[in-house]
Each structure stands twice: as structure tokens, then as C-alpha cells.
Ligand binder design. Structure first.
Ligand code: FBP
Length: 541
């Protein structure tokens, strides 16, 4: 792998990620500071009952210790779980360097292909040579990833047997909300069954929706959005050069619109839909289409038959009537899986309409057949609709076209192209922010592993149960980590809302270009608009 490196790749390999002050003297010279007991964000009684051994633990802070603790070799297992996010390899590098700073005899096992690797005991031992080939690179290819949900007694037993056989002191699960839910459930099982191995989670997801007062952002978001913004900027230049196409760009981010919002702040598109706003305003699909068509028409009236529109991947679930339809479909599909198996879209729609409400049946029937089919695709193992497979951008183009055709006063042209930016950003080489952040997360995990208190902790030292609530998945109530959505009274959205009318009419496009790894620290180290605005480092004006 090291042989395949480009000139940039080789230079990136030499990058030394920065650690927080508390960790700079090695994992043995860190003192832990206990906070107050915690409560889950919602459904406290239910979550407490489901996690009797791990609920309510306090936040753990870290500071530099005056004396080094005595070292002892650790065996740690690591799992990459869910969608790829830039920086995952650096989390592993942080764990590797952390446990080696405790004892050079420490061992890091990388479980292959996600949680199923842990369940089935498939792993590699990560040595110096393997680790060095992946430092500061994007991707999860060092051990690959997977989306297996750990939920049955049999799965937990298998994981526990693997942990016992490999004499693991700790397992670090690097994942998003669903994967960290896995980590919490597994940690609870281990604790309840007297296992000595502890479980820790690291907040990964490009979606940026795993955050709270202790976690400023999940890793991968910064790099992914910068990658999309570069591409969006390139398309804006093209749109403004040819002045003949509208570009509709769907951006990844399963539920929350953080990616679309941040990309809008970086590039200033003519249109950017924010799912959370659509939901808050109770906008129906028709109203969303009217909003888009109005901007297209206003630009056409000014002689501008071109523009750029950003569409968050999860939009449809946030449009109230479509959202209700999607959850009713999920429920119906979970209970009638066998009956609809093998049927074509039209026959499925006919049958499913018997099990959903009249209003939802009407919405389903009003959609084009392709969209109907995409809404009925299998849910993922965690019960999520696979929104990346729903071509919302095409649906919007079709509906806007129809709407404009019905307007007698529309004299412009509407020639639209569709794009989907998602997978392009998930394995990009991490920005300096993500490279540093991820390495620090991994190093923190090694400190928590050494102190054997991590059954209840993510890398930052937060009990996972604190982030949980109860949600409907696969037709049943399940404890899951609550997604952090875009806050409409938060500074990032306010900044966008203040500027969007001007951006709609003009070509205020900015062209961010590629991620900067060197140069003025303002460009390389200061991170994205969302964080700058949330920190108050940038003011809404
Ligand atoms: P995670 O929540 O696991 O980080 O995944 C995020 C994501 O990239 C979403 O933005 C997207 O909807 C989904 O994964 C795509 O999943 P898949 O890789 O299974 O196609």
C-alpha cells in the first residue's frame, strides 16, 4: 500500500497529528477527573431499565498527571463500523501509539469487516508496518467496515467468547449513532456477565449528527464537507460559465442537514433546502416544489436560466406527509415482509396501501413509480430507510419541471442536471482538523482502556446511555442514540437564513478549492463554518 502513494500521499504520511495538552506526555501521565452522574436525553426510565449496569455514569475529564502510572501491556480490539468517514485510520493510529506508550508489548487487534468481524473472531494483529502505511490516509480499508447490528443474545455470547479467547482488555467501536448504540448494548452485556473486557465508542459520521454539549462534532464531517464544497464550487463555475443548466445536487447526510447547510455556507448556492426547516414549517411536498420553482422563475425573469440547488439526502423523511408515509411503510414492511416479497412496484403499492392510512396511500400513489420503488427498498440492519438510494434530486427536478410548465407566465428555460455527492467525500484524505481530532480520539481511548473504566464511555469520556432515547425501528421500540439535527435558532442556520435571498438572485458563488494541508494556519487549522459560528468565532451578519 505504501508503494501506491502519490507525492501528496507521501507528504501526508509524514504529518504529525497534534494531541491535546493532557495527552502529550503519553498515556501513563494522564489524570482522570470525574464529573457528576448523567441522565439520558429522553425516556430516562426506559433507558435506565435497559442499561441497569451502565446507566447514569459520570463524565470523565482528563488532565496532565504529575507522576506516571506503572505500565502494563494491554490487548485492545478495534472495530470500524458503519459508513466510512475520513480520519478512521488515524483513530486506530492514536490507539496504537497510545497503548504502545503504555507498554511496547501491548497488542492491537483489528476486527475485519465491522461488528461481524468481532462476532466471528476474524481479525488481524496491527503491527508497526501495517499502521505506518495508513497514517493520515482516508478510508477504512485497513480492516474494512460493516453495518451488522449486534442485538441478539447469541451475538453477544460470541463477542464475549472472542474477547475472552484473545484476552482483550478493551474493545473500541468506531462508529456513528447506530454503531455507538451497539457499543453501549455490548458494554452493558459484558458488564452484566462479569466480563473483564470494557467497551468504548468513538464518534464517527460524516453526517455531523452525533454531537452534544461534550462532543463538538463527529469526525469526518469537516473533510467530507470540504470535499463536497470543492466539487460544488467547480460546478458553480461551470454553471456560471455556460449559463444554461440548473444543477441539482443531493448531498449525503441520512437525516440531519448539517452537510447541506455547511456546504451552503462555504459556497453560497442559489437554493439550499434544509430538512429541519421544511419540517418545522410543516411544508408539504407541493410547497417545497413551489419554493424551488419560484426561485427558478425569478432568475429566469432576470435572464438567468441557470443556477445551483443543494438538496439534503434525508429531505423526504422531513416533509411531514412523506415522513408519515415512510414510517407507515417501514412498519408495514416489517410486519408483511413475506407477502410483498418478489412483487413488482405496482403490485407492492396496491398491497401496501391496505396496511397504511388513507392519507399516506394517497401520497404514495401521487409519486412517480421510481420514487415509490425506492421508498419501499429494504431498510438497513438498524431499521433506517436507505436514503442514499432515493433519488430525491431527480424527483424534485421532475416536479419543478411540471410546476413551471403549468405556469402561463413562465417564459424561461429549465434544463436541469442531477448530481449526488456522498461516497466521493467519505474516504478523502483527512483535513488537518480531522487528522488531529481522530488521532486524539484514539489516544484518549487508549487512556480509558488502561484505566478500565470505559464500559460506559465514548472516547471523550461520556456515558453512551446519556445520548439515548427510544425510537421505532423495524416495527419495534429500540434504544438508540438521538440524532442531533440542525437547530433553526443556532448560529449556522441563522447565518444561512440571513444571506440566502441574496444568494438566490445573484451569483455570490465562492469556490473553496481543494482541502489545504499547508499554508496559512487560518486556512489549514481553523475548521468549518458550522464550528466557527457555533463557537462564536464568526458572528452572524
Ligand atoms: P454512518 O451513520 O454509519 O456514519 O453513515 C452515514 C452515511 O454516509 C449516510 O450519510 C448515508 O445515508 C449512508 O451512510 C449510506 O450508507 P451505505 O454506505 O450503507 O450506502
Amino acid at each position: 500500500m505504501a508503494d501506491n502513494l502519490s507525492v501528496l500521499g507521501k507528504a501526508r504520511k509524514a504529518y504529525k497529528p497534534k494531541l491535546p495538552v493532557a495527552l502529550r506526555n503519553g498515556a501513563l501521565k494522564v489524570a482522570l477527573v470525574k464529573g457528576k452522574p448523567t441522565e439520558s436525553v429522553r425516556d430516562q426510565a426506559k433507558i435506565k431499565a435497559l442499561f441497569p449496569n451502565t446507566y447514569g455514569a459520570p463524565y470523565i475529564g482528563m488532565k496532565k498527571a504529575t507522576k506516571a502510572a506503572a505500565g502494563k501491556a494491554l490487548n485492545v480490539g478495534v472495530v470500524l463500523s458503519g459508513g466510512q468517514a475520513p480520519g478512521g485510520h488515524n483513530v486506530i493510529a492514536g490507539i496504537f501509539d497510545g497503548i504502545k506508550s503504555i507498554s511496547k508489548n501491548s497488542k492491537l487487534l483489528g476486527f475485519l469487516g465491522g461488528p461481524s468481524g468481532l462476532e466471528n473472531g476474524k481479525f488481524i494483529v496491527i503491527n508497526e508496518k501495517i499502521m505506518d502505511a495508513y497514517r493520515n490516509t482516508g478510508g477504512f480499508d485497513i480492516i474494512q467496515s460493516g453495518r451488522t447490528k449486534l442485538e441478539t443474545e447469541e451475538q453477544f455470547k460470541k463477542c464475549m467468547a472472542v474477547a475472552k479467547a484473545q484476552k482483550l482488555d478493551a474493545i473500541v467501536i468506531i462508529g456513528g449513532d447506530d454503531s455507538n448504540t451497539n457499543a453501549a448494548v455490548l458494554g452493558e452485556y459484558f458488564q452484566a456477565h462479569g466480563a473483564t473486557c470494557v467497551v468504548c465508542g468513538c464518534p464517527k459520521t460524516i453526517d455531523g449528527d452525533l454531537k452534544n454539549e461534550y462532543i463538538e462534532t463527529s469526525f469526518g464531517f469537516d473533510t467530507a464537507v470540504k470535499t463536497y464544497s470543492e466539487l460544488i464550487g467547480n460546478i458553480m463555475r461551470d454553471a456560471n460559465s455556460a449559463q444554461k443548466y440548473w444543477h441539482f445536487i443531493k448531498l449525503m447526510g441520512r437525516s440531519a442537514s448539517h452537510i447541506a447547510l455547511e456546504a451552503a455556507l462555504q459556497t453560497h448556492p442559489n437554493i439550499c433546502l434544509i430538512s429541519e426547516e421544511v419540517k418545522a414549517k410543516k411544508m408539504k411536498l407541493k410547497q417545497v416544489i413551489k419554493y424551488v420553482a419560484d426561485i427558478v422563475a425569478a432568475r429566469a425573469a432576470a435572464g438567468k436560466n441557470f443556477g445551483v440547488a443543494l438538496i439534503p439526502e434525508g429531505l423526504l423523511e422531513f416533509i411531514p406527509d412523506v415522513g408519515v408515509l415512510i414510517s407507515e411503510l417501514s412498519e408495514a414492511l416489517a410486519h408483511h415482509e413475506k407477502e410483498v416479497e418478489g412483487l413488482d412496484t405496482a403490485a407492492k403499492v396496491e398491497l401496501l396501501c391496505k396496511w397504511i392510512s388513507k392519507a399516506s396511500a394517497e401520497v404514495l400513489k401521487s409519486l412517480p413509480s421510481t420514487t415509490q420503488g425506492q421508498l419501499m427498498l429494504d431498510r438497513d440492519s438498524h431499521g433506517n430507510v436507505q436514503v442514499s438510494l432515493i433519488e430525491t434530486e431527480k424527483l424534485i427536478i421532475e416536479m419543478v419541471k411540471k410546476e413551471l410548465k403549468s405556469r402561463k407566465n413562465f417564459k424561461g428555460k429549465f434544463s436541469a442536471l442531477n448530481h449526488f455527492f456522498g461516497y466521493e467525500g467519505r474516504c478523502a484524505a483527512p483535513s488537518n482538523f480531522d487528522a488531529d481530532y481522530c488521532y486524539s480520539l484514539g489516544f484518549t481511548a487508549s487512556v480509558l482502556a488502561f484505566n478500565k473504566i470505559i464500559e460506559k464511555w465514548t472516547a471523550g469520556g461520556i456515558p453512551i446511555t446519556m445520548m439515548m432515547n427510544i425510537e421505532r425501528r423495524h416495527g419495534a421500540d429500540k434504544p438508540v442514540i438521538q440524532k442531533a439535527l440542525v437547530e433553526l435558532n443556532g448560529a449556522p442556520f441563522k447565518f444561512f437564513a440571513k444571506n440566502r435571498d441574496v444568494w438566490a438572485k445573484t451569483e455570490s458563488y465562492t469556490y473553496p478549492g481543494p482541502i489545504q494541508y499547508w499554508g496559512p494556519s487560518e486556512v489549514c487549522d481553523v475548521t468549518n463554518f458550522t464550528i466557527k459560528l457555533e463557537r462564536g468565532a464568526l458572528k452572524v451578519k
